[in-house]
Design a protein around this ligand. Structure first.
Ligand SMILES: *[C@@H]1O[C@H](CO)[C@@H](O)[C@H](O)[C@H]1NC(C)=O
Ligand SMILES: *[C@@H]1O[C@H](CO)[C@@H](O)[C@H](O)[C@H]1NC(C)=O
Length: 368
């Protein structure tokens, strides 16, 4: 091997180098381009200044004074008198109690990262069954970490859920600097907090996630996700953060609260937040470390680097959290190798699922 390498001519070396660069460009090119070119300057005009002013002077007394009008379970005291760096609201289905227990044992148990206080709560709507409600009541008694809004928790009502939980965060947890909305997926809290700390003083105007660029509304009237022209007339949605996981800073949540009633409700929940953010002049910040709807194939050092991974199994949840939080560091090379391996495997996986994909989508949809 050594001998053959030494004998290579310059053009052969160039060819190898070219291939190495091409390989990396194909694998990481999109991430790089997205992260560095998706930033443009936020837009500010009088209307936006007015919204900022309203957001600062919000009157939350009606909500705080009468929470039972909006929430069945509402932990009014959990944030009192505390500064919280990151409030993570896990959007959970009412019937998924076992999953919640698993999360409580994993990242749900984290109370500080690098000395910064973290709080994890579960966000629910109402279940269809009375018996499920009884189970949730018992679970809430035991753990004091469930917020339950007054609306049926269905796939069609996810925008209502976002609205209800944004209101809760603004009214009952105003001391939280950042708010994470995440599904019941893998969340690398230490990694996320580290990233937020590195924003160095940019504690305001943050709307961060996996940005979807130039998405088009579903105009098929037979589809469940149909969006009519009268509801949303434009050709493209504004750039928005994919709904599985994104972060808002507290001031952004307050601004969203101000404009909630002006945005169309019949669009997907994540698009709804994007429309609100646009109307307050915000540009979402992209990070490819958010997985979006993708499951990232497990690798320890890869999971220490990424922020989220969707559709993790119960076994993977426990393993991933155990290994990510065990304090064992990954060297630069291990991280590099981990990223290459989990990226390649994730791509291969998506090819494997290509054929079964549409059937699975339907199953997930109707399973809800
Ligand atoms: C509830 O759990 C099931 C099975 O783990 C999962 O498929 C589903 O996505 C979960 N619901 C939510 C809202 O995450
Ligand atoms: C959404 O929630 C409201 C309030 O609970 C309920 O009346 C409505 O049926 C729900 N919509 C769907 C499609 O589940």
């Amino acid at each position: 091997m050594q001998v053959t390498l030494c004998r290579l001519r310059t053009h052969q070396w160039c060819f190898i180098l070219f291939n190495v660069i091409l390989f990396h460009a194909l694998l990481f090119g999109a991430d790089f381009v997205e992260e560095y070119f998706l930033h443009s300057l936020p837009h500010v005009d009088m209307k936006i200044l007015d919204i900022k002013d309203k957001a600062r002077k919000l009157n939350l007394e009606p909500l705080r004074g009468n929470p039972s009008k909006y929430y069945i379970l509402n932990q009014p005291e959990v944030c009192n008198g505390k500064t919280i760096f990151l409030l993570s609201l896990i959007f959970s289905s009412p019937g998924n109690g076992t999953r919640r227990d698993l999360i409580r044992k994993a990242w749900g148990s984290v109370t500080t990262v690098q000395g910064y206080p973290i709080l994890t709560l579960f966000a629910l709507g109402m279940p269809a069954l009375v018996t499920t409600q009884e189970e949730i009541d018992a679970e809430s008694q035991k753990n004091n970490d469930i917020i339950e809004g007054i609306f049926l928790d269905s796939s069609e009502n996810q925008t209502l859920k976002i609205i209800s939980m944004t209101q809760w965060a603004v009214a009952f947890c105003p001391s939280a600097l950042f708010i994470l909305k995440a599904d019941e997926m893998f969340i690398n809290l230490p990694g996320l907090v580290d990233y937020l700390l590195n924003l160095k003083g940019h504690l305001e105007g943050i709307y961060l996630g996996r940005v979807i660029h130039q998405d088009i509304p579903n105009r098929d009237p037979h589809s469940q996700e149909f969006v009519s022209l009268s509801e949303y007339p434009e050709k493209y949605y504004p750039d928005y953060c994919s709904g599985e996981a994104f972060i808002l800073s507290q001031d952004v949540a307050r601004m969203v609260y101000v404009v909630l009633n002006e945005a169309p409700v019949m669009v997907p929940a994540d698009v709804f937040v994007g429309i609100c953010a646009k109307s307050v002049g915000l540009i979402p910040i992209h990070s490819s470390r958010f997985s979006g709807e993708r499951h990232i194939t497990y690798n320890r050092c890869c999971y220490k680097f990424i922020f989220t991974s969707a559709e993790v199994t119960d076994a993977e949840t426990s393993l991933a959290w155990k290994e990510v939080s065990d304090g064992k560091e990954c060297s630069l090379f291990e991280t590099y190798y981990g990223l290459i391996s989990c990226k390649l495997l994730t791509y291969l996986d998506s090819f494997k699922h290509f054929h079964t994909g549409s059937a699975k989508d339907n199953a997930v949809y109707f399973g809800n």
